[in-house]
Design a binder for this molecule. Structure first.
Ligand SMILES: Nc1ncnc2c1ncn2[C@@H]1O[C@H](COP(=O)(O)OP(=O)(O)O)[C@@H](O)[C@H]1O
Ligand SMILES: [Mg+2]
Length: 258
């Protein structure tokens, strides 16, 4: 397994030109993510969360500033980062084994490759499904396969763009625990985009709240306590209220303090 990588955004902004007008989406992003750290990115739709992940993955380039992985600037598609999207994006005609093998770095072939794919399928709880095709899987299983494919790349940084958003509530909780286990085993750095405040507080070392404005980062909130966290922890309940209030959701507790 490749070692976890650090990730740094320095003075990053991104503006898109729409109908001849520059429209700023991200501005003034300064964020240093330590190797092995888990960051959750929260913020309203359209604030630029996916854009930020795309910049880290080298799928897009900043208008100003720089993104670097382990101190080296990201230029072009970044092989040290792997992305999992909201939908699994598996190749429908391939078995799970072949889908995951697709993620392996070039040069890993033969029995070593087969063994690595088996190990990854086992890691995400799909040991018995190597010969299955994507259409034979539930949504949660397909997302686990997508995670295994991303891990096959041996990424220093795992970029997750609302990976559990389309799953039912119970599957989502199971997937969160799976991600926590996988992250502990692989030790990977994780940047997780989510709409789910509970998910952010359960999984992340720090929660970064993005918004519109001159500075995209509205708040960086360290989450106390070691992972894995107890979902019922009362300290987390207070942070949850604080975050929901920031996001413009009224809560009973928030009103009491208002
Ligand atoms: N390639 C692009 N060209 C023009 N506008 C874009 C492009 N990519 C994203 N945007 C715009 O940037 C904003 C942020 O998008 P996105 O990063 O997907 O937001 P989020 O993931 O937070 O919902 C949106 O208004 C979106 O329409
Ligand atoms: Mg998005």
């Amino acid at each position: 397994m490749r070692a976890a990588a650090g990730l740094e955004f320095a003075g990053v902004s991104r503006a898109f030109t729409v109908a001849g007008q520059a429209r700023p989406v991200l501005a003034g992003i300064d964020l240093t993510v330590a190797p092995g750290e888990v960051i959750a990115l929260l913020g309203p739709s359209g604030c630029g969360k996916s854009t930020l992940l795309r910049l880290a993955a080298g799928l897009d380039t900043p208008t100003t500033g720089s993104v670097s992985v382990d101190g080296r600037p990201v230029r072009g598609v970044e092989s040290r980062c792997a992305v999992v999207f909201q939908e699994p994006r598996l190749l429908p005609w391939r078995t799970l084994h072949r889908n995951v093998a697709y993620g392996l770095p070039r040069g890993v072939t033969g029995p070593a490759a087969a063994a690595e794919v088996d190990r990854l399928l086992e890691l995400v709880g799909l040991g018995g499904f190597a010969r299955h095709r994507p259409r034979q899987l539930s949504g949660g299983m397909a997302q686990r396969a997508a995670l295994a494919r991303a891990l096959a790349l041996q990424p220093g940084v795992l970029l997750l763009d609302e990976p559990f958003a389309s799953l039912d509530a119970l599957t989502r909780l199971r997937m969160q625990d799976l991600l926590a286990d996988v992250q502990r085993t692989a030790g990977t750095t994780v940047l997780l985009v989510t709409h789910d405040v509970e998910e952010a507080l359960h999984l992340a070392d720090r929660v970064v709240l993005l918004g519109a404005g001159e500075e995209s980062i509205r708040l960086v909130l360290p989450v106390p306590g070691a992972r894995p966290r107890d979902r019922g922890d009362s300290a987390l309940a207070e942070l949850r209220t604080a975050l929901l209030t920031e996001l413009g959701v009224r809560t009973l507790q928030g009103r009491k303090h208002a």
